[in-house]
Design a protein around this ligand. Structure first.
Ligand SMILES: *Cc1c(COP(=O)(O)O)cnc(C)c1O
Length: 282
């Protein structure tokens, strides 16, 4: 039996009903996080909580109680006893009759549940294929918003093309994937889009940059083009669930040798050490 949480209550999963006036439904009016669980413990929970509070604040939800949120996820983790998996946490603006303007006196509504999920070990070894597409999302991509219409449409485009991820670009500048950050290796240097309003600054992205620092792998947070992507020595994507996954083919063309690259491998090793709490540097 799975225990989940909605609007103040812990319940068996199949007993949860949600309020149809929850603004998450009408407007995607809220924010969310996905946190990985390894060996029954949250990985980088503080960072995810910080980002959740920040995302909420960016959309004008200012009264989130961080310690309460931590209590909810800690409770769920105790009650569900998931060794390898993740927790999904969403915060909507609240409940109120459908109206674009915010309802008066509404309180944020929290939804949270856990999933058992294995690490994508095959993909991390063998790599995945991706396609490219135009990034037509809004200009607040740094907010982890529930509004994911463009992201789901672009992910579906990848699936229909028999690929795994869609790598987005604005006027030829690669931003990120539909649910992942994108890195390339060019002339031995690791490059990823700067953390501005055009991308969601992934916690995994930041972990990878810390690993690069620790292992003396040169990196730059600067923009790169689709052309540079196609001609890169290595390409990989990162996210909480995808970890560090090589991209070996883009738009049907092979990247590098079509295999996981050396830099990607070193970063995977370093990331693994962090999961197992070795080499932890803030
Ligand atoms: C969540 C997300 C990521 C990855 O962030 P992580 O914190 O590493 O999971 C990247 N891009 C988008 C659009 C996302 O929503």
């Amino acid at each position: 039996m799975k225990i989940s949480y909605y609007n103040g209550q812990f319940k068996n999963d199949d007993e949860i009903t949600v309020d149809y006036n929850d603004r998450a439904f009408y407007f995607g009016d809220g924010v969310y996080e996905v946190v990985r669980v390894y060996n029954n413990e949250f990985f980088t929970l503080d960072e995810h909580m910080d980002r959740l509070i920040r995302s909420a604040s960016e959309i004008g939800i200012e009264d989130l109680d961080r310690s309460k949120m931590v209590e909810i996820v800690t409770q769920l983790n105790k009650q569900n006893n998931i060794s390898d998996g993740s927790i999904y946490i969403q915060v909507s603006r609240g409940i109120g009759k459908r109206n674009h303007a915010y309802p008066l006196d509404t309180k944020p509504v929290v939804l949270a549940y856990m999933n058992e999920t294995a690490r994508p070990t095959d993909q991390m070894e063998e790599g995945i294929s991706a396609i490219t597409a135009e990034d037509y999302r809004w200009l607040k991509c740094h907010v982890k918003s529930l509004n994911l219409l463009a992201n789901v449409m672009e992910k579906e485009r990848a699936v229909r093309a028999g690929a795994h991820e869609t790598i987005l670009n604005r006027q030829g500048i690669v931003t990120e994937g539909s649910s992942t950050n994108v890195f390339i290796v060019k002339d031995g240097v690791l490059i990823t889009h700067p953390a501005d309003n055009m991308i969601l600054n992934g916690i995994t992205r930041l972990e990878v940059l810390k690993v690069a620092e620790l292992r003396n792998i040169a990196y730059e947070e600067k923009t790169f083009t689709v052309k540079e992507l196609m001609e890169a020595e290595e390409v990989f994507i990162t996210s909480t669930t995808q970890e560090v996954t090589p991209v070996i083919e883009v738009d049907g063309e092979m990247i590098g040798k079509g295999l996981k690259g050396k830099v990607t491998n070193a970063l995977q090793e370093g990331f693994n050490e962090r999961i197992h709490k070795l080499n932890l540097v803030k």
